[in-house]
Design a protein. Structure first.
Length: 255
């Protein structure tokens, strides 16, 4: 009873000294230290989570923001985006020697691939910040639209310059798909389950890069204009993927 009454009868200044001995500044105890004041405020405002959150909870703190059926549908669309991008990239190299009607000089053939890579690498570093400003959904849809537009215009190419410019547009879309899908994956899936879904995307990349030359070789055998279909096929597939993404991606920006 005596100990209780003694502790309760202590002045607020004495309790402060017992709790934070660092507040003693010598004879003048009324002097305040801004660093210690900030430390006390942080200790009062910050809740302790050590006892309630373990290592496994930290991996799951980023919960899935979509129902599983819709999340799976979105991932299938992401895989289709990557498949189209790498199919377009791989089939182009097989179709270039047969581009009749464009009359590309032998020395200028390499510019078709160079224009694609320039468009891809020039804009790819910008997509992360642009998606923070305008949202993930518009950036990914714009990238898929560039693949569809660039592929369709490449199929109708009549001059080398026309083909170079349209391949650069496709490259811009390919770079946007690579960056946007990686960002959206980190938004929708927790860190613990991310590796499983990344495997699906890697499988789509390998399938597109492997099947591209075979698809182009089969289309070239159709006739003299078969090479044009190596650009039309990815453009048509990108258009279908664009429509699917309108339904499966979240409407609101991820918070």
């Amino acid at each position: 009873m005596t100990a209780t009454s003694t502790s309760t009868s202590l002045s607020p200044e004495t309790n402060l000294v017992l709790t934070y001995p660092e507040t003693i500044h010598g004879p003048d105890r009324t002097q305040s230290d801004p660093y210690l004041d900030q430390r006390r405020n942080n200790a009062q405002d910050t809740p302790s989570t050590d006892a309630t959150q373990g290592p496994s909870d930290q991996l799951d703190d980023q919960t899935q923001r979509l129902p599983f059926p819709r999340l799976l549908a979105a991932y299938l669309c992401f895989c289709l985006c990557y498949f189209i991008s790498y199919l377009d990239m791989a089939s182009m190299t097989t179709a270039l020697p047969t581009t009749e009607g464009v009359y590309i000089a032998v020395a200028a053939v390499s510019w078709v691939s160079a224009a694609y890579l320039l468009g891809q690498t020039s804009f790819q570093p910008l997509y992360g910040r642009v998606s923070d400003i305008f949202g993930r959904r518009p950036v990914l849809l714009s990238s898929v639209g560039c693949i569809a537009l660039g592929g369709g215009l490449s199929g109708f190419a009549k001059t080398p310059t026309w083909l170079f410019v349209t391949r650069a547009i496709s490259g811009v879309g390919s770079g946007g798909i690579s960056s946007s899908v990686a960002i959206i994956v980190s938004d929708l899936v927790s860190l613990k389950a991310r590796g499983k879904y990344q495997g699906m995307i890697s499988l789509a990349i390998g399938a597109g890069a492997t099947s591209g030359p075979f698809v182009a070789a089969g289309l070239i055998r159709i006739g003299t204009d078969g090479w044009r279909w190596t650009f039309f096929i990815p453009a048509i597939a990108a258009g279908a993927c664009f429509v699917l993404l309108l339904f499966v991606l979240p409407l609101n920006p991820v918070s």
